[in-house]
Design a protein around this ligand. Structure first.
Ligand SMILES: N[C@@H](CCC(=O)N[C@@H](CS)C(=O)NCC(=O)O)C(=O)O
Length: 227
């Protein structure tokens, strides 16, 4: 099997989803760091990436975009260990929460980080994200291990990077909803103790995100910063 190449940015949450999936399967890959703090992209990357975003996985001469799509591709091509259920109904359930992680959580994070310049609007978007976490909290009720059971799944890889940052957003915005989500908090603790996620998601010192999100949510920066 040809080695894949991952274009990534080390502290990007969407890239961490891919790091975790690759690590869980023990897949060897080449990685190319793209400094997304710069608006310009290296020429080689511009040629294969229509939107200039990371992560991008190159495999067998083709480019695959979107972290949710990339990790499902990885799970299909390198099926061991499986990170999605084999039963169609259970797969549909897993995909539903993969979509939730993107639409309700990550897309809002990306909106207040990369797109929205107005600080008040940033805080409103972040507050909407916390409102959506209520659904996850309800779904996690009664789950004692990871999202689909004892084994790390793609749903966990999708959720972990956002949940790692949620306490930082809650502190900075003084939005207290997060603190009431007991199931989300205990699930996040279980994710943090997972050896693969510990090394691929929770390994970035929290201070890095504290200062990054302070610049975004308190000082009103959009990222990459306007020059
Ligand atoms: N939905 C995409 C989002 C990708 C995304 O927003 N990537 C960010 C880093 S987390 C990026 O490359 N931003 C650069 C920019 O917006 O210029 C995915 O899940 O892969």
């Amino acid at each position: 099997m040809k080695k894949p190449k991952l274009y990534m940015f080390s502290i990007s949450p969407s890239c961490q989803r891919v790091f975790a999936t690759l690590a869980n399967k023990g897949i060897e890959y080449d990685s190319v760091e793209i400094d997304i703090s710069e608006r310009a992209r290296p020429e080689g990357f511009e040629k294969i990436s229509p939107f200039g975003k990371v992560p991008l996985l190159e495999h067998n001469g083709r480019a695959i975009l979107e972290s949710a799509n990339i990790i499902q591709y990885i799970d299909e091509v390198w099926p061991d260990p499986p990170m999605m259920p084999s039963d169609p109904m259970a797969r549909a359930y897993a995909r539903q929460w993969i979509q939730f992680a993107d639409r309700e959580l990550f897309d809002r994070d990306a909106q207040f980080v990369h797109v929205e310049p107005d600080r008040k609007r940033k805080l409103e978007i972040c507050s909407d994200l916390f409102d959506s976490l209520r659904f996850l909290d309800r779904e996690l009720n009664g789950k004692k291990a990871l999202f689909l059971g004892d084994d790390l799944s793609l749903v966990d890889c999708m959720l972990a990077p956002t949940l790692a940052n949620a306490p930082v957003w809650s502190d900075l915005t003084k939005d207290r909803k997060y603190e009431t989500y007991e199931n989300v908090k205990s699930y996040t603790d279980r994710l943090r103790r997972n050896p693969v996620l510990e090394q691929t998601v929770f390994c970035v010192p929290i201070e890095v995100y504290e200062s990054f999100f302070k610049a975004v949510l308190v000082d009103g920066m959009t990222f990459p910063p306007k020059k």
